[in-house]
Design a protein around this ligand. Sequence first.
Ligand code: NAP
Length: 246
Amino acid sequence: MATAIVTGASQGIGECIVKRLAKDGYNVAINCYPSEGDRKNAEAVKAQCEEFGVEAEIFEADVSKYDACEEMVKKVKERFGSIDVLVNNAGITKDGLMVRMSEEQYDAVIAVNQKSVFNMTKFVGAVMMRQRSGAIVNLASVAGLYGNPGQINYSASKAAIIGMTKTSAKELGSRGIRVNAVAPGFIKTPMTDALTEEQRNAMLSVIAMRRYGTVDEIAGVVSFLVSDDASYVTGQTIEISGGLSM
Ligand code: NAP
């Protein structure tokens, strides 16, 4: 049975993606940040994945750390025998206007959102190169495509991911490995629930479909991109924003 690893999969979009891949029939490696709360959430996600009749295992690692990623990928390979799908989902925000943003705020977001993609793609890519097959999906954002005030760090990291997607697609394509990205717009999460009605209406007015997206609508596109139905799609960034940019 094929194996998928999803980073930051103990909640939110990552949780939904890992459950969708379990439903699709993958054994799943559930990465979570090493903390008690994340571990507890990940245990619940693991149980839900197992209900689909697949094997699931939790791998705690801070994916911004190079050595931790190397060790985790080694353990996943040992546990499951192959790594067929990688979803680089883990991400954080530390928003603030550029003139007020601290160096720490900037560096933290780049480390978690951007460096993690290098770490994981390098180590999983090596496994996939030996297998001569694999599919990778990176979580970018509309902020990386169009920019967003208050998110110089976040938009930099997400724009970088789009470039990294293209470069890794070019480096790995001849070995049968595809690399794509998705760029979600406004997705219904506790973050967007916290907005005022005025802020919500302002955002909705620029979305052609006049509604937020759901986590399932992200997971569905990821499921397609890693499937054989997308076997000639690589290096692409698919915007999932309900028509934000037209
Ligand atoms: P979320 O609910 O905050 O989930 C992100 C997950 O990543 C959390 O479980 C988080 O753990 C984990 N994580 C953070 N740093 C990590 C690290 N160093 N190592 C391992 N795991 C780490 O966010 P989300 O909304 O589901 O977002 C998922 C991805 O989609 C992110 O890349 C985000 O940028 C992208 N995205 C989201 C939206 C949206 O509207 N929600 C839009 C565009 C793009 P902790 O809780 O411990 O931090």
